[in-house]
Write a protein that binds this ligand. Structure first.
Ligand code: NAI
Length: 470
């Protein structure tokens, strides 16, 4: 049998692509090396971290957030095993859901490591070492990303044992709350998982190479966010590079120096989380042998997700663009549509990004810094949640909404939100930007959604200095 499509990798990019392709009539197979489907996001990424972020937020609210609302409860007790059970059940339900969808849509699933084995061939090697070769008209590489290695001052790779020195994977399964957690890298993973363990009782110190947290996000938002995290108990060592991680007694000592090398120090930890980014995962695919071009580890594709080898496509973390599950999913749908003669398309200007901390941080489009760097003439509108009635009623007044619009046309170019519910609110902006709306259009659509959306409306109106409530 010859497949129309073999997808390598069953993460959000791969599984969505395979299912959509099957729905569109292609005889489709998917190849997965891990025991369960769903890739990093479902197994050791977005989904388990969201389960722990929600549960730890509830714990913190029960301890500190309820009394001011007149709800008096005994100080909560942590049952970490039960919290982990909730996380594991959430993951289980999601990965089983993908298996169900494969069956329902008649996607053949093969377990094993996939590699390109010549034109139209994918070799699958199972855990028992046995191989089989699938023949196919098209291949989609959707193999995702892996933890970026971190090197000490001598250039040696810092070893991750997933017990004392953990990646995000180990940080989702610690058996007890570390007294002292050191996070290397104050990006999305460091601040989300740092938040989980801080809420459960850890003292968290984040060591960050840059002079700011959350690179890529609007600087004003990130700076305010850092202050809020400090109020929650986070300690930050910015402009600092880690020079070594040494086991000492039961714990670990992390040495670091200022980026200019002028000062150096150490910090002791029970657990160290390495969260310094992720790199495309192409191991075992034998892409070089197959002639597939790579650029700085990423598979090179054209605007239609095609690599330089005919019939071979790539999507998700393994190609250019943000390493986000929803971006990979959209690319998966687009490539399935392209393969069936439709006009699959992803609008990269409107991919929102959310940090699921408390408060949340959400962003879509250009930041103020991007706008300056591109020499764009922009008008900026802002609105604080402290002036929003519903935010006040929920005691969630930290943060603000920030709009960046084209000064001449009023078209929205970027929206950045720090505050409760930011992850939901950003969708209004993303949908509007998809249709090239102006800040006036956005203000009008917000009339349909009162309460927190008022903050969106007022920030949108503030672009033209027409906000009412401040
Ligand atoms: P990141 O790129 O967001 O942050 C890594 C941080 O480590 C950066 O601030 C960087 O400056 C810093 N860093 C790099 N090398 C360093 C060193 N030697 N010493 C100190 N600091 C150093 O990457 P992160 O947090 O690992 O996340 C990986 C990917 O996963 C990202 O693309 C992110 O968008 C995605 N992700 C998305 C989530 C979401 O959408 N909610 C959640 C978690 C991850």
């Amino acid at each position: 049998m010859i497949y129309d499509l073999v997808v390598i990798g069953s993460g959000p990019g791969g599984y969505v692509c395979a299912i959509r392709a099957a729905q569109l009539g292609l005889k489709t197979a998917v190849v997965e090396k891990d025991p369960t489907y769903g890739g990093t996001c479902l197994n050791v990424g977005c989904i388990p971290s969201k389960a722990l972020l929600h549960a730890s937020h509830m714990f913190e609210e029960a301890g500190h957030g309820l009394a001011p609302l007149g709800v008096i409860v005994d100080p909560p007790k942590l049952d970490l095993a039960a919290m982990m059970k909730h996380k594991n059940e959430t993951v289980g339900a999601n990965v089983n859901g993908v298996a169900f969808l494969f069956k329902k849509n008649k996607v053949d699933a093969y377990r094993g490591v996939g590699r390109l084995a010549g034109a139209g061939k994918v070799e699958v090697t199972g855990a028992d070492g046995a191989s089989q070769t699938l023949e196919t008209r098209n291949i989609v590489i959707a193999t995702g990303s892996a933890v970026a290695p971190l090197r000490d001052a001598s250039g040696a790779e810092i070893q991750i044992d997933e017990k004392l020195v953990v990646s995000s994977t180990g940080a989702l399964s610690l058996e007890k709350v570390p007294q002292r957690l050191v996070v290397i890298g104050a990006g999305v993973i460091g601040l989300e998982l740092g938040s989980v363990w801080r809420r459960l009782g850890a003292q968290v110190t984040a060591i960050e190479y840059l002079d700011r947290v959350l690179p890529g996000f609007d600087l004003e938002v990130a700076t305010r966010f850092q202050k809020l995290l400090e109020k929650q108990g986070f300690a930050f060592k910015l402009s600092s590079k880690v020079t070594g991680v040494k086991h000492e007694g039961e714990g670990v000592v992390v040495s670091y120096s200022s980026v200019d090398g002028a000062t150096s120090d150490t910090v002791a930890a029970d657990v160290v989380l390495v969260a310094t980014g992720r790199i495309p995962y192409t191991q075992a695919l034998r892409l070089e042998e197959a002639g597939v071009a790579l650029e700085r580890g990423r598979v090179v594709i054209d605007d239609h997700f095609a690599t330089n080898v005919p019939g071979v496509y790539a999507i998700g973390d393994v190609v250019r663009g943000p390493m986000l599950a929803h971006k990979a999913e959209d690319e998966g749908v687009a490539v399935a549509e392209i393969l069936t003669g439709q006009a699959g398309h992803v609008n990269y200007n409107v991919i929102p990004s959310v940090v699921y901390t408390s408060p949340e941080v959400a962003s879509v489009g250009v930041t103020e810094e991007d706008a300056k760097a591109k020499g764009l003439d922009v008008a900026i509108g802002k609105f604080p949640f402290s002036a929003n009635g519903r935010a006040r009623s929920m005691r969630e007044t930290d943060g603000f909404v920030k709009f960046i619009a084209d000064a001449a046309t009023d078209r929205v170019l970027g929206v950045h939100i720090l505050g409760a519910g930011a992850g939901e609110l950003i969708a209004e902006a993303a949908v509007l930007m998809e249709f090239s709306g102006s800040s006036e259009d956005l203000a009008r659509t917000c009339h349909a959604h009162p309460t927190m959306s008022e903050a969106m409306k007022e920030a949108a109106l503030a672009v033209a200095k027409r906000a009412i409530h401040i």
